[in-house]
Design a binder for this molecule. Structure first.
Ligand SMILES: *Cc1c(COP(=O)(O)O)cnc(C)c1O
Length: 393
């Protein structure tokens, strides 16, 4: 048996993540590996922390990338802030809220679930009413940008309600960071986590997190040790702490962190507000093209995520074979519906580096070509002009 190097086909990634990685980031990741306690590396770690604070719009000292994907960022928040028996309100409007509930249950907590319709934002009034019924709740958890449904919730309103009821908040910002506004200090959020492979357009595998002083105090006041050794923030803090006083905890994923550093440099060169505007702008052009074809969006306009578009599959079309054709013929990846939305929607990502006019036009045209091939009931030959005119406005 002989083995050969793995050389993947170049694809255009317009699904729910990973998104297209900026070549600058891939180049950064190919630079020589150095020791993770090397003074040069420690300087780079410090820059990552400062750039992450600015991306999250926070002064939180405890802001760092966890050496594992977004799911570990979720877990680190629950495992550190929760103790067995704690009551946690989980606002669930999609797949990722469901995973939060699973975290609460596995840690021996009491999950109180606010079940919301898929495709809709979390209702702040329902959170208020639930907190009145459960004055002993300790934590409120919700997903800012639900990637499974393409919906953004009002994080500022939800955090304010939680705070008024003396609850800590855990906020999933995996898909929002870099794509739409995340403002942890203004929101008063206590624990937030993100991922590198969505709107930061970095390779998957790291999870930036940030904890408020109230969250740090709660972690220090724990009576039961954190059940996970690897994710115990008391230990992680010793490694990601200030200056040269770092103690070995685990070997940092050195080259992956070069990539995150470069991704944050790219974000700061563009500017946060400019990045959000670009995501909104390209979303409008995609919308113009798809609607001209007669396709419809699943989420009410005011609750839509510009970086993740849920498009309803036309009657009689087998959504999986359309995606297969897009991949085989055009090297274009878009996402399928998850859970109860499987078979009913496509999820088209315009995240980070992938959010650009070239991809919008390419995706609209490729989708039109494949849907025409399947004789789907769409308007042909009008989408390109609609995209063009959206960019002219
Ligand atoms: C992608 C995603 C996650 C999980 O991140 P992984 O890096 O895949 O572990 C969590 N929450 C949301 C909202 C996501 O979109």
């Amino acid at each position: 048996m002989t083995y050969q190097s793995f050389v993947p086909t170049v694809r255009t990634l317009m699904g729910p993540g990973p998104s297209d990685v900026n070549p600058r980031i891939l180049t950064a990741m190919a630079r020589p590996t150095i020791g993770h306690l090397d003074p040069e590396f420690i300087r780079m770690m410090d820059e990552i922390k400062v750039m992450l604070q600015s991306a999250f719009q926070t002064q939180n000292q405890l802001t760092l990338p966890v050496s594992a994907p977004g799911s570990a960022g979720m877990e680190i928040c629950f495992v550190n802030l929760m103790e067995p028996g704690d009551k946690v309100i989980v606002c669930q409007n999609g797949v990722f809220g469901g995973r939060m509930t699973e975290n609460v249950r596995r840690l021996g907590g009491q999950a109180v679930i606010i079940e919301q319709a898929w495709g809709r934002a979390v209702d702040p009034d329902q959170l208020e009413a639930t907190l009145r019924q459960h004055p002993d709740a300790k934590i409120v958890a919700f997903v800012h940008a639900e990637t499974s449904t393409g919906v953004q919730s009002d994080a500022k309103a939800l955090c304010a309600i939680a705070k008024a009821h003396d609850c800590l908040t855990i906020v999933d910002c995996v898909t929002s960071l870099g794509g739409t506004e995340v403002a942890l200090d203004e929101w008063g959020a206590d624990a937030a986590y993100s991922g590198t492979q969505k709107c930061l357009s970095c390779a998957p595998g790291l999870s930036p997190i940030s904890m408020s002083q109230a969250a740090v105090d709660a972690i220090k006041a724990r009576t039961v040790p954190v059940s996970s050794w690897f994710l115990d923030l008391n230990l992680v803090m010793g490694y990601w702490g200030e200056g040269q006083t770092r103690s070995y905890h685990h070997t940092a994923p050195v080259n992956a962190l070069y990539g995150l550093h470069e991704a944050l440099v790219v974000l700061h060169e563009e500017g946060l507000a400019a990045s959000w505007q670009r995501h909104a702008y390209n979303h409008q052009a995609l919308k113009a093209g798809l609607e001209a074809m007669g396709l419809t969006f699943f989420v009410p306009e005011s609750e839509r995520l510009p970086q993740l578009n849920l498009v309803t599959v036309p009657e009689g079309v087998d959504e999986a074979s359309v995606r297969r054709q897009l991949l085989q013929q055009y090297n274009l990846e878009i996402g399928a519906g998850l859970g109860s939305l499987a078979g009913r929607v496509w999820r088209i990502g315009l995240m980070g580096f992938a959010s650009n006019p070239k991809n919008v036009l390419f995706c609209v045209n490729a989708l039109e070509a494949v849907l025409s091939q399947y004789n789907a009931p769409i308007h042909r030959g009008v989408a390109t002009a609609a995209v063009q005119s959206a960019y002219k406005d």
